[in-house]
Design a protein around this ligand. Structure first.
Ligand code: NAD
Length: 263
């Protein structure tokens, strides 16, 4: 049995993953802004440092895996773009920087990491590449400046940029000596619309609800958090030993619908 850190463990897909891992007999260290083993606000540098340190303390310096599911959706709101950039991007990469030695300590090929991206990466048009580059440089104020011109739509593009940046970071890092070379498998999952509190919040805004309901999902409807948790648990298992740097789309066919001719 292993020890797994799960961010966003209080709700939605993070909660579903944590429950499945615990049911399978693993030790789960949940991180969230509320109702978790480690409570920390991942939108602040201090919160990220606390979360990183407390997880390492509880794990005794060895982690068999990590799931980075904490995130904010593209709902409108004051300061929302900054929160999205900080939680969805820095809340992933800064924690993984800190946890990498503990993951490497699990032994070659054992530790697995799954980062939550989104199919927004390939289905939201016109996300400014400058915002993505600024996030990859960990410069949130610069990223936000590139989004100013979108006005109240800025959080939509902040969300897209945060998820593109996190997918790129995973693909760049996964194949390096620091990750693959240290025996750690680093991959991402890109869900489509999944019925969680995050999606419910978006559906509560009439304008957003219309956009979401008219979005093409070839198999129809929304996904269920349990379905996504099953994929994540598979990506943490020995069966995924040969998976490295992949972004797995589980989205009812939307990505294929938009990009049928891409491979
Ligand atoms: P959710 O809202 O149910 O869960 C997200 C969790 O993140 C919550 O428990 C919340 O408290 C936590 N969180 C938010 N801000 C935080 C902060 N500052 N500090 C610490 N924790 C914080 O959402 P979900 O739908 O389960 O989303 C999980 C992941 O999947 C997110 O990264 C989201 O972007 C991504 N995603 C969701 C969908 C969807 O349709 N639901 C689609 C694609 C990607």
């Amino acid at each position: 049995m292993g020890t797994y850190a799960v961010t966003g463990a209080a709700s939605g897909m993070g909660a579903a993953v944590a429950a499945r891992l615990a049911d399978d007999g693993h030790t789960v260290i949940g991180v969230d802004i509320k109702a978790a083993d480690v409570t920390a606000d991942l939108s602040t540098p201090g919160g990220r440092t606390t979360a990183a340190r407390e997880v390492l303390d509880r794990a005794g310096g060895v982690l068999d895996g990590a799931v980075l599911a904490a995130g904010l959706g593209p709902a409108p709101g004051r300061d929302r773009s900054r929160l999205i950039a900080e939680v969805n991007y820095l809340g992933v990469v800064e924690l993984l920087d800190a946890w990498r030695p503990a993951l490497a300590a699990a032994g070659s090929g054992r530790a697995k990491v799954v980062v939550f991206s989104s199919n927004s990466t390939t289905t939201v048009p016109m996300v400014p590449r400058r915002a993505v580059r600024a996030l990859l440089d960990r410069d949130v104020p610069r990223a936000l400046r590139t989004l100013d011109r979108f006005g109240r739509m800025a959080p939509t593009f902040a969300y897209g940029a945060s998820k593109i940046a996190v997918s790129q970071w995973v693909r760049r890092e996964a194949v390096t000596r620091a990750w693959a070379g240290a025996g750690i498998r680093l991959n991402a999952i890109a869900p489509g619309a999944i019925r969680t509190p995050l999606l419910e919040q978006q559906l509560a805004t009439p304008e957003e609800a219309e956009r979401i309901r008219s979005f093409p999902v070839p198999i129809g409807g929304f996904g269920d958090p349990g379905q996504l948790a099953a994929w994540v648990v598979f990506m943490l298992s020995d069966a995924a030993d040969f998976l490295c740097g992949s972004v797995v789309f589980v989205d009812g066919g939307s990505d294929a619908w938009f990009r049928a001719d891409d491979w």
